[in-house]
Design a protein around this ligand. Structure first.
Ligand SMILES: Cc1cc2nc3c(=O)[nH]c(=O)nc-3n(C[C@H](O)[C@H](O)[C@H](O)COP(=O)(O)O)c2cc1C
Length: 196
């Protein structure tokens, strides 16, 4: 059974760079036999948080929110591709995730961070570990940290030069770690219902 993995990315900037890493992760997971899908917060277009999904009466949530809730419920695992704005998470990605809670529970999540410079967005990536944990996901320890992103991936999301080779070496372990926890969580959910 192919792992259904949602890859989230949340920059709304016209000149956004992180889409390169999001595309790379989706392609890399699919090349390993997963069913990975990009969830681009800008394309989903949720409003600034007013009501969470669960606060709408059944069937009354906006169509894009309802569709995303169903996708999250049906996924086996998640990857969060995060840049860093002033040492913090990007608001577009945080806004999207805050619309949901129980929909995230009992699945593993992985963090892939990036930035324009050498620090690779790791300060934001570290914050995402606690955010995702609070939202009921089990965050795996392997991470991707990409920087400078413009020297690591081309506009098509293909690795370039030495930094690109380094990313390729890290990706195998990252994907193996996520796949192991994805299988473990799916097996456990199948044999024992989550306690709440
Ligand atoms: C508002 C803003 C704040 C930024 N703050 C940081 C930062 O704290 N650390 C960092 O490494 N890069 C920072 N950068 C540079 C980003 O790493 C770079 O612009 C990156 O491409 C942003 O991701 P995006 O292009 O996907 O939106 C910042 C960029 C913006 C626009």
């Amino acid at each position: 059974m192919a792992d259904k993995i949602l890859v989230f990315y949340g920059s709304y900037r016209s000149d956004r760079m992180g889409i390169r890493l999001a595309d790379y992760v989706v392609a890399g997971l699919n090349a390993r036999g997963a069913e990975a899908e990009l969830i681009d917060a800008q394309a989903v277009g949720l409003p600034m948080l007013d009501r969470m999904y669960k606060e709408y009466p059944q069937g009354a949530a906006p169509a894009a929110m309802e569709a995303l809730a169903q996708k999250i419920r049906g996924a086996d695992a998640f990857v969060f591709v995060t840049g860093e704005y002033n040492w913090g998470p990007q608001p577009g990605l945080k806004n999207l995730t805050d619309h949901f809670l129980e929909e995230w529970f009992w699945r593993p999540a992985a963090v892939a961070s990036y930035s324009a410079g050498r620090f690779s967005g790791v300060r934001s990536g570290t914050l995402w570990h606690s955010i995702l944990s609070e939202m009921g996901m089990v965050v795996i320890s392997s991470t991707l940290a990409v920087g400078p992103i413009s020297q690591t991936l081309d506009a098509g999301g293909k690795p370039t030069g030495g930094p690109g080779e380094s990313l390729e070496r890290s990706f195998g372990r990252f994907a193996d770690d996520l796949a192991w926890w994805t299988e473990a969580a799916r097996t456990q959910r199948a044999q024992k219902a989550p306690p709440y």
